[in-house]
Design a protein around this ligand. Sequence first.
Ligand code: SAM
Length: 206
Amino acid sequence: MPVPIVDLHPYFSTVDEIDGVINWKSFFGNDHPVELDIGCGRGKFLFDSTVARPETNWLGVELDFSEGRRGAKRIAKRELPNGRVLGGDAREFLIKHVEPHSVEAAHVYFPDPWWKTRHKKRRLFTDEFADLLAKVVKHGGYVHSWSDVEEYFGIISALMNHHPEFEPLPPAPEPEGKDDTDYLTGFHRSRKQAGCSIYRGLWRRR
Ligand SMILES: C[S@@+](CC[C@H](N)C(=O)[O-])C[C@H]1O[C@@H](n2cnc3c(N)ncnc32)[C@H](O)[C@@H]1O
């Protein structure tokens, strides 16, 4: 018999449930700044940030519902009011449901590289995606993106560095990786432990 799925509302809901443009104040119950973790995976960065910076509202968007629910469960267990996960396609979410210039920062960590040539069109970072980030991030807000894939990071940097609405900034130094708190995300941990170099980018919305 299938195991019934636990209702994790309001910590986990889906992009399909949102009607029109999201009202951040109603969604989080306050008007604190909002930061997005796009493709949040199991939500290590989302959970750690939700705990460490309670004055900010954190929203993860994750295509893979079971991964997204794992992060949401950790937030639900602590009943943290400033962390939420949405299951669904981040592009659709940004296009249909986010008011222009309403988010403080977008974090896109270790986006899937889709190695095979025939799959590369599935990559998240495209001209259109950079335009979407420019649409939703506030003037003076930030986009952070890290990757272990040099070639893909080259594309991300080229898209962002040459985008008229963004200016590149030096990213914060990479944590040393001595213990778990030094890893930013689950993928950061696994790629560092595998000995990979990490490429980091930070851009400010003009
Ligand atoms: C390599 S994982 C990285 C997860 C996490 N950011 C980390 O660093 O540990 C990439 C994640 O992006 C998600 N993803 C890919 N395309 C997406 C999309 N269009 N919308 C939302 N999530 C997406 C995948 O399901 C996957 O969980």
